[in-house]
Design a protein around this ligand. Structure first.
Ligand code: N01
Length: 613
């Protein structure tokens, strides 16, 4: 516990942490850095990519040939699941377990995988240990090849999970929901699609994925660029050559710009740097870069894991990372940071620190941790001016931390430059390049690693509206934020399960959240079936009470969210904007939310829900 060496070995070692005594100096520095990046538009600074019209070419699926071939369908279903990512797959598998087989899983994509269908960019890997990330590992017996596997391996796992569970028999791909309406007499949802299908479903499970709809930065002139450009989640391998493991030979001789240095940018940049003649990275906020230390799976160790290990390992990881009080067997940056903070709290107040000691220790140790990371940047990046731009000045969990052993060294190439747009903003994109400080740099290719639509309303993200009982529209009900019980069901929208970040919770391992949600939803559906309930929805009181839980949760984080540098987690600094569920409706720590749901199910009362028979 007293070992200040956080266990990271050469050549990626941290220099020892410096004791942070001058908290106020750091606070001022962090606040100044945040203020440079704050925009008055918040999430509205981004430009949406429409299904049709402006920027819709950025949404074209590059991985499929041609539109859906199947004829329009007209079907009565027990369940329609919208979204074929982990959520849709888990829902299908769990529905089968309770004997429901009259269901469809629908997706715009042409296969299962969700995030892993779309994000195939070079370098893509899971950033959480694959042993806790992949669902159903004990059931499938699959052994991930590495601790942090490539996106293509995750995508292949999704396909094999779908095959093993016969989910392809239920799939409706290359199909987008256009509208959804409640039919009171039939007690069913009528769901129509862009392919002319009509599904009449007793239950609908739907989610507007946080990471499936890309967006573009609020930079004028994107449409005028005459070179090539695409978003990382729609990677054009025809142009770049190669695949997610690299070999981007199409970039030889090319001048490339990448805008965005989040989790995606971190993985893409070293790959592009390897092949492009010239790469300029346009960075607004640097991401923390901890060592990755990937390794091949020790198959003997994997085989020695005892039944139940998957759930135990997942839960311990969540608890360690979010509660700082449980030991996790996972040895990675998430856990090391949590342990580092745990040590600091123990040093300050022993087993029973006061609230002040606890808060103070977390803040000091966070600054120390960042000092180590800043020292690591200096140790790796030889050019001082580049190194200065790559150092982070914000609290660790303000943004999702990054992990890479290739990212920082990539900036040692002379062909790779970094522009700090917080001090040198991008003025515009022209026909031939990017203008900063009145100077244009010309490019053949601009890659947008600028993330996804997190700060828009549920209906905007979903791309359709839902008309519930008495003509009530979900877009209207959620105009000022979500209103649900536990994030699943919303009054006047019976039998409609909302999944994803909908007044639910957050954990670093999002795949775990997804599993918990699917299991919970299927439990409620099963209860309806066994009791013969036609409809189920929350009472007004239960919905209001859950809204209060959510707002109380947000209130406890308001100070933190305000001091954070702008980003997805604090709605680009505009925390009063309720559209972003990560700000207005998220339960932290997530494992307590899982426990809360488990207890609610164990009570068996469907407390807060009302059924009609
Ligand atoms: O998107 P992001 P992402 N000028 O929104 C920048 C998960 N994920 O695709 O930080 C210049 O995080 C923006 O700058 P700033 C991951 O958990 C998981 O990287 O806002 N830059 C930022 O750098 C994450 O939550 C894995 O100042 C501009 C970037 O664009 C989610 O996916 C792998 C700009 C957007 O970063 C999305 O990550 C990859 C402008 N005008 C991703 N506007 C796993 O391995 C925006 N930016 C599991």
């Amino acid at each position: 516990m007293n070992d200040r060496n956080v266990g990271i070995s050469d050549p990626h070692s941290f220099t020892p942490g410096r004791k942070v005594d001058q908290l106020e100096t750091f606070r001022q520095k962090y606040a100044a850095e945040r203020d440079k990046r704050l925009t008055k538009e918040g999430s509205d600074q981004f430009q949406a990519i429409g299904f049709t019209g402006k920027f819709s070419e950025f949404d074209t699926d590059p991985y499929v040939d041609g539109p859906r071939q199947a004829s329009p369908m007209s079907l009565d279903l027990d369940v329609l699941v919208v979204g074929a990512g982990f959520m849709g797959m888990t829902a299908g598998i769990e529905l089968e377990k309770i004997g429901v087989s009259n269901y469809k899983i629908l997706d715009v994509a042409a296969d299962f995988g969700g995030t892993w269908y779309w994000n195939r960019y070079p370098g893509v890997r899971c950033d959480v240990e694959s042993y806790i990330y992949l669902p159903y590992l004990e059931e499938t017996g699959y052994v991930p090849t590495e601790r942090y596997i490539r996106g293509s391996e995750i995508f292949a796992y999704c396909q094999s999970l779908a095959r093993q569970n016969k989910l392809y028999d239920h799939a409706v791909f290359q199909t987008r929901v256009t509208d959804m309406e409640w039919n009171e007499d039939a007690a069913r949802w009528t769901v129509r699609t862009d392919n002319g299908d009509e599904f009449r479903a007793r239950f609908v499970a739907t989610q507007s994925g946080l990471f499936t709809r890309p967006h573009l930065p609020g930079i004028p002139g994107i449409e005028s660029f005459a070179g090539h450009s695409f978003h990382t989640s729609r990677w054009d391998f025809d142009y770049t050559g190669g695949d997610d493991s690299g070999n981007l030979n199409g970039l030889r001789g090319k001048k490339v710009a990448i805008i965005g240095t989040g989790a995606t940018g971190l993985q893409v940049i070293p790959q592009v740097a390897e092949y492009a003649d010239e790469l300029v990275v346009y960075q607004r906020t640097p991401t923390q870069v901890m060592p990755r230390q990937n390794a091949a799976t020790d198959v003997e160790w994997f085989a020695s894991l005892k039944p139940g290990w998957h759930s135990t390992r997942r839960v311990a990881f969540d608890k360690c990372v979010q509660d700082h009080a449980v030991v996790s067997d996972v040895d990675d940056g998430w856990v090391r940071f949590a342990k580092y903070q745990m040590e600091a709290v123990f040093a300050a107040g022993g087993e029973s620190p006061t609230v002040e000691q606890y808060v103070d220790a977390l803040e000091r140790s966070d600054y120390e941790w960042n000092e180590m990371l800043r020292a690591r940047v200096d140790a790796v990046v030889t050019d001082e001016s580049k190194a200065a731009k790559l150092k982070t000045y914000y609290r660790t969990m303000c943004k999702r931390p990054g992990f890479s052993d290739e990212y920082l060294p990539a900036f040692n190439k002379e062909s790779v430059d970094v522009v700090d747009t917080a001090t040198t903003p991008i003025e515009r994109i022209t026909e031939t390049g990017i203008v900063t400080d009145g100077q244009e740099r010309e490019f053949d290719l601009i890659i947008f690693a600028t993330g996804f639509q997190g700060g828009r309303t549920w209906s905007d993200k979903a791309g359709y509206d839902v008309v519930g009982r008495n003509g009530n529209r979900l877009s209207k009900k959620f105009a000022n934020g979500l209103r649900t019980l536990h994030g699943f069901l919303s009054r006047d929208f019976p039998n409609l399960f909302l999944l994803g970040f909908t007044q639910t919770a957050t954990v670093s391992n999002i795949a775990h959240l997804i599993d918990e949600q699917a299991v919970h939803m299927v439990y409620v559906i099963d209860q309806c079936r066994s009791s013969g309930a036609r409809t189920i929805e929350p009472t007004a009181e239960a919905e209001e009470a859950w809204g209060k839980v959510m707002s109380d949760q947000t209130a406890t984080r308001t100070d933190w969210l305000t001091t954070c540098t702008p980003g997805l987690y604090n709605n680009e600094g505009k925390i009063t904007d309720n559209r972003n569920p990560l700000v207005s409706g998220v339960y932290v720590p997530g494992f307590e939310y899982f426990e809360l749901l488990e207890k609610w199910r164990a009570d068996g009362e469907l407390d807060g829900l009302v059924t009609e028979h």
